[in-house]
Design a protein around this ligand. Sequence first.
Ligand code: GLC
Length: 546
Amino acid sequence: MTTPWYHKTSIYQIYPRSFYDSNGDGIGDIKGILQKMDYIQALGFETIWCSPFFSSPQADFGYDISDYADIAPEYGTMDDALQLIEEVHTRGMRIVFDMVMNHTSDQHRWFKESRSSRDNPKADWYIWRDSPRPVGEGVGVRAKPNNWNSMTGGNGWHYAEERDQYFWSSFLPFQPDLNYRNPEAKKAMFDTVRFCLEKGVDGFRLDIFNVIYKDAEFRDNPFAFKLAPTEDDPSGFFQEAKYTLNQPESFEFARELRSVAEEFGEKMLLGEVSGDRHIIRKFLGDEVNNGLGLVFDFAMLDFKFTAEYFRELIGEMERHYPDPFMPVYVFSNHDKHRSIFRLGDDLRKSKLLHLLQMTVRGVPCMYYGEEIGMADLKQPFGSALDPLPHKYKRIPRFVFDLLGLFANRDEVRTPMQWDGTKNAGFSSAKKTWLPVHENHASINVENGDKDKDSLLNVVRTLGKIRIEEAALREGSLELMEGLPSGVLGYVRKLGGEKVVVLLNFDKLAKEVPIEYSGCIFKLSSGDEAKEKAIRLNGLGGMIVKM
Ligand code: GLC
C-alpha cells in the first residue's frame, strides 16, 4: 500500500485571529493569510490547518460555531475562504479546516430549536435529560441528571427553563454537545463535513473528538483521587472520566467518518483526542488504517529537554504508531504553553527541538510563531478574553503556576510578530484584539530574515530538506545505540537511502564515531564533519547521509 499524503506532510497551524490583519480592525483575517502565503510556503510546511473561522458569537473564539455554512464577518467571506483554498492548491500545498463536531454554539439555530420545547423536530439533536428530582429540591449537583464533570471542571449539565430539562456540555456551558445517537443530527453533521469537502478542503483537524459519544445509560463517573486532568490521563476534578470520554462508539464513529471523507478521495482526519496511548490509538482503526488518519498524542506537550526523554518518546511512538500508522509530533498549540516556555527561552534549544520535529518519523505540526520563538505573554485571569480562566477567577494565579496548570489561553494567542514596529506589523489598528508581546522588538520575522543563523532560517532550511529527502518523510526509523550521553541519534531508511540524524542535548561538545558519506545539514557552526567521526557542538545537531 502506498503511503497516504497526510502521513508524509508537515502541518503549520494558523490561528486566523492573530496571524495578519488585512483591514486594520485589530483582528486577523482570511485575506491576511492570503497576503502571507509566500511567507508560509517558504517555511517549507506543506499543509495549513486553520483554527475555525466559521460564523460564531466568538464566545470561545470560533470553537462555538453558529453556522457551519458561513464565515464570521471579521474573518471575511465564503469567497475569501474559497480563494484561500484555491491559492493553497495552486502552490501545491494543502489546507485542512478545524471541524468542531462535538458541539455547536448555543446560538446555532439547531440548538435554539432543540431548546425551544420537548417536542420540536430537533428536540433530540442535543443531549437532554430530566433532573432526577424537581429543580430546586436537590442540593448542588444532586439536582443534576448525574455526576458528570465537564472537561473544564464542574458539573457539565445546564438547566434550560423552556424544557425544564438539562442539556449536556463537554466543554463550556455555551457549547452544547450534539447527540450522535440521533440519526438526523448525525446526518446533518456528516453533511456539514461533505459541504466543506465539496469546497475543496483537504481534510480536518477534529476538535475534542474523544468526547463525541457519552455513555448511553448515563452512568455516574467513578471517583478518582486526582485533582487536575493531565495530557495522558484526562480524569480530574476527583472524577474518572469513564463514561464521558473515549467510548467504544467513538472509535466506530471514527471509521464511519473516514468513509464519509473518502467519498471525496484521500483526506486528512486528524483527531484532537487525549488519554492513554493504548486507548487513543483505537481512533486510528483496527489493525489497518481505517479510522482517523492521525491523532495528536498530547503527552509530548509536557516534554523535557533531554536526550533520554526524547529517546523514550520516540521509542513509544514507534511502538504505538508503527506502519501503516504514523505519529504526530506537536509541541505547542493555541491551548497550551508555547514550546519556548519549556526551553527556558533558549532559542538554541528551540532549533534543536525543530531539528527533531522535522526529521523524526512522524507528521510535524507547528503552531504559528514557533518558527521565530514567540513566547507566552503572562496576563491576569481577570481581564482575559478567553472564557476558560473566568471559570477559575476565584483561584489565585499562583496556585495554577504551582500546580503547573495552564488556563489563560490568551497568553499563547497573541498577534504574530512580523516586525519591531507598533503592533509588530500585525495590524494598523489602534488596538489589537490581544496585546502584542513586548519582546516583538527583537523576536520578529524581519529580524529572523536578516540573520542567516536565526531560528526562522533553520526552520526554513529544515522544511526544504524534509521535502527533498524522501527518507525523512516516509522512511523507517531506528534509534542508534551506544551514543555519548546527552546525544540522541536515529537512522531513517527508505529503499537504499539512509539518513542519520544526531542531536546533542548537552551543553558540552560531543564526538560520535560514525562512517558517513556526506553532510546534509549542520545546526551550529561548531558542528564538524570529521573523518570517520562527527563532532557536535553543545546543543548542536547534524543530518548526514550514510
Ligand atoms: C479544543 C480546542 C479549544 C476549544 C475546545 C472546545 O480543545 O482546541 O480551543 O476551546 O476544544 O471546542
